[in-house]
Design a protein around this ligand. Structure first.
Ligand code: ATP
Ligand code: MG
Length: 586
């Protein structure tokens, strides 16, 4: 693995400034880390240094993690690492209907793959269902929550709009006793879905819609992946999230900007519970940053699920998918994602990042970490007329041009080679320096050859190129210096190279903002996957699944982790050597 990109502290950002100020002013110095009246599960978390900061990454287990989540993971786990704090991994699993254990497993796997370790700080919001329920009764007892028996549609209607205040529900003034009875009946499964909901009693005229008596519990007769059939009522996200943060002693609760308007509710709930004697100050505080939008990529879970379910891609880990499992199969690396998140930074400004920035980060990392190999993607036979028949010799090629310590490998050379079809033309356009009749080029790491002609089939297609080699021109010998040539092409020895399938992946969408002018599916790039049979150098037979290489002159490739078999690798193109899209855009 490259050392160049190894996890230095990440760049400064506004959240780090907040933390620096908090640490300087001793905000957390007085914090009692243990002894909170929260659940036993979080009482063990008394770190030696009471001023430690604590963050969390709170995925909802209803999909696979994607590149946007990587930004949040590097931010939250990165802050904990930079400040010697702790980052909790917490599954926000309050919605029983959409969540599955399959998602939990893949999320754990992806976080690990990015290089982070939650140690024993793995939590589930569903672990707090008892506390959440108990606190809901407290809100009822204090006259700050009521059971509403309007239908969900009526509740929506009563909520008002951005310009119009909401209206009180006719059930708003039920007595605490009445509310408690009803809420317990809801819990005990005595009422059907949608017949009642528990709402906080805040202010139906608030300019902030989130403060207009938000629903905090609804009835759901549904099986939960962890709590089973114990509950018939489930808490809502806004209610659960702040309480989970407080129970886990989170100091800086970092989320994306769309939650900015929810912050007053976050604070309201925790302030009340502090008054009730449940929590102690300092309370966790929410900070918002702008979510990652990547051009040519969709990052909406709903759309990703649609791509998979309607078979527009070959599953969640299709190398064209922006999921972390897809990126991994594509050959993207955790180091590349680290570099990317450092380069794009963290701010509150909404912006689109061009996906070439991500591709460049992958190139930079792979350039450093990938051994060089040769592969001919579109093979054309080259016959060296004056090379002794049945002779074979070895040439040498460096494994990495900037890393002599990586050594060299031997490449067999003989009178029949494979070259790239587009390295030969009969009638060269101006500025074409590669093979055409009469021209001289160097076979990289081999000999200088002079093209003498070509064979064609009945349809006029070139099927073989003929040439003669200059025996004193071998690379690495003194004679090589006598030849200065503009054309330098790669090749593999026909007798030794083997055929390997290569998937040439490209961007999944052909427009910058898929779906901006209609159905996002209409913007799919029909050429995002092409499979060819390449001829690759013999040493690649040993490529291990997941191993990355630079195929010289082509780009970065990885041995596919799913389709490769021992001795029979299948390669995925991770990224080309240069951005070919920038040109197309102009
Ligand atoms: P949903 O809309 O289904 O909730 P989500 O993308 O918010 O989807 P979560 O599982 O709730 O998915 O996300 C976990 C964390 O990742 C959240 O804190 C969220 O803010 C963050 N996150 C999600 N998408 C992005 C993104 N594009 N950029 C940065 N952070 C993101
Ligand atoms: Mg979410």
């Amino acid at each position: 693995m490259s050392t160049k990109h190894k996890q230095p502290a990440s760049a400064s950002n506004f959240i780090k400034n907040v933390i620096d100020a908090d640490l300087a002013s001793g905000t957390y110095a007085s914090r009692r880390w243990s002894g909170n009246p929260g659940p036993a599960i979080v009482q063990e978390t008394a770190p030696e240094d009471p001023a430690k900061i604590r963050t969390r990454f709170p995925p909802e287990p209803n999909g696979y993690l994607h590149i946007g989540h990587a930004k949040s993971i590097f931010l939250n786990f990165g802050l904990a690492r930079d400040y010697a704090g702790i980052c909790n991994l917490r599954f926000d699993d309050t919605n029983p209907v959409k969540e599955e254990t399959e998602y939990v497993d893949t999320i754990l796997d992806s976080v690990k793959w990015l290089g982070f370790d939650w140690q024993d700080h793995l939590y589930y919001a569903s672990d707090y269902f008892d506390e959440l329920y108990r606190y809901a009764e407290l809100f009822i007892e204090h006259g700050l929550a009521y059971v509403d028996s309007l239908t969900p549609e009526q509740i929506r209607e009563h909520r008002g709009t951005l310009t119009q205040p909401g209206r009180n529900s006719p059930y708003r003034d039920r007595t605490p006793k009445e509310n408690l009875t009803l809420f317990r009946e809801m819990r005990d499964g005595q009422h059907p879905d949608g017949s009642h909901a528990l709402r906080l009693k805040i202010d139906m005229a608030s300019p902030n819609i989130n403060m207009r008596d938000p629903v905090i519990y609804r009835i759901r007769h549904a099986h939960h992946h962890r709590s089973g059939d114990k509950w018939s009522v489930y808490p809502m996200y806004d209610y659960t999230h702040c309480i989970s943060d407080a129970l886990e002693n989170i100091t800086h609760s970092v989320c994306t900007l769309e939650f900015e308007d929810h912050r007053p509710l976050y604070d309201w709930i925790l302030e009340k519970l502090t008054k009730f004697g449940i929590f102690e100050r300092p309370l966790p505080h929410q900070y918002e940053f702008s979510r990652l939008n990547l051009s040519y990529v969709v990052l909406s879970k709903r759309k990703l699920i649609q791509l998979v379910e309607e078979h527009h891609v070959d599953g969640w880990d299709d190398p064209r998918m922006p999921t972390l499992v897809g990126a991994r199969r594509r050959g993207y690396t955790p180091e590349g994602f680290k570099l990317f998140t450092d380069r794009i930074g963290v701010s509150k400004a909404d912006s689109w990042i061009d996906c070439s920035v991500l591709e460049d980060c992958m190139r930079d990392v792979l350039n450093d970490s990938s051994p060089r190999r040769t592969a001919v993607l579109d093979p054309l036979k080259l016959i060296i007329g004056n090379y002794p028949s049945n002779q074979e010799e070895m040439t040498e090629a460096p494994n990495h041009p900037q890393k002599p310590e990586w050594g060299k490998r031997k490449l067999p050379f003989s009178g029949e080679l494979w070259i790239e079809r587009n390295d030969f033309v009969e009638d060269p356009p101006k500025g074409y320096f590669r093979l055409f009749p009469g021209n001289t080029v160097r076979l990289r790491y081999g000999y200088v050859i002079k093209c003498t002609g070509s064979d064609k089939d009945a349809d006029g297609n070139v099927v073989a190129v003929h040439c003669e080699y200059l025996p004193d021109s071998k690379s690495g010998t003194p004679g090589a210096d006598n030849y200065k040539l503009k054309g330098n092409i790669h090749w593999v020895c026909a007798a030794n190279a083997f055929e390997a399938p290569v998937h040439l992946y490209d961007r999944l969408f052909r427009v910058e903002q898929p779906g901006s002018t209609g159905d996002f599916l209409d913007d799919l790039n029909a050429d995002s996957k092409k499979t060819i049979n390449a001829r690759v150098e013999a040493s690649l037979a040993q490529a291990l699944p997941g191993e990355c290489f630079q195929f010289e002159r082509h780009g970065y490739f990885v041995a596919d982790q799913v389709e490769s078999a021992p001795g029979k690798p299948v390669f995925n193109r991770t990224v080309t050597l240069r951005d070919t899209w920038a040109k197309r855009k102009r």
